[in-house]
Design a protein. Structure first.
Length: 183
């Protein structure tokens, strides 16, 4: 029994009161949605016995595929941003500087403004890098202000955010030593 014949059967049931209008409409929708739609025959294949089905599911499948790809891209970006990078990945380009030490596993980075403990000496490139790393790792300007006002009596101080910790100490003979660690 094809869908048209079945639909006629349900119409007769509706007319005779066996089913109500809502049940009929539901079954009608089901039958019409499930049936194949056929392309109109063109003039050139009018005598042909082959009828090509119109596939209305293709746009749905394409839409689903595009949606899945979009979700995959978003998830990839989210996970890439949330992945904790180590200091070798982030700052390996200046790991060879005399004032910078990065742990082999990348878990911490130490910047020393006076790596050779020379009296009254400051590596300004190291101090500038400390300030830029603090900003890049999301520390507020107040951390730099605290570092700048640290004296030798203050001992080791530290601040942290959700991903990183920074600690520092200062001595006039040794300069500022700052350690950045990944939580």
């Amino acid at each position: 029994m094809n869908n048209v014949e079945e639909l006629k059967k349900y119409k007769e049931l509706l007319d005779s009161g066996v089913i109500n209008q809502e049940e009929f409409e539901s079954k009608k929708s089901e039958l019409l949605t499930g049936s194949l739609n056929y392309d109109d025959r063109s003039e050139e294949n009018e005598n042909s016995s082959v009828v090509k089905p119109k596939n209305k599911k293709v746009p749905l499948i394409v839409g689903i595929a595009v949606g899945v790809i979009a979700i995959a891209v978003v998830l990839t970006l989210v996970f890439a941003r949330s992945k904790k990078k180590d200091f070798n990945d982030m700052y390996g380009d200046f790991g060879g500087e005399k004032w910078c030490t990065i742990a082999s596993d990348g878990s911490y980075m130490k910047i020393d403004t006076n790596p050779y403990d020379i009296e009254d000496h400051v590596e300004y490139s190291a101090w500038n890098k400390i300030k830029s790393v603090c900003k890049e790792l999301g520390f507020p300007d107040s951390v730099i202000a605290k570092m700048e006002s640290t004296n030798s009596l203050a001992g080791r101080q530290s601040e942290s955010n959700d991903k990183y910790e920074v600690s520092w100490t200062y001595h006039p003979d040794n300069g500022m030593e700052v350690i950045f660690t990944i939580k």
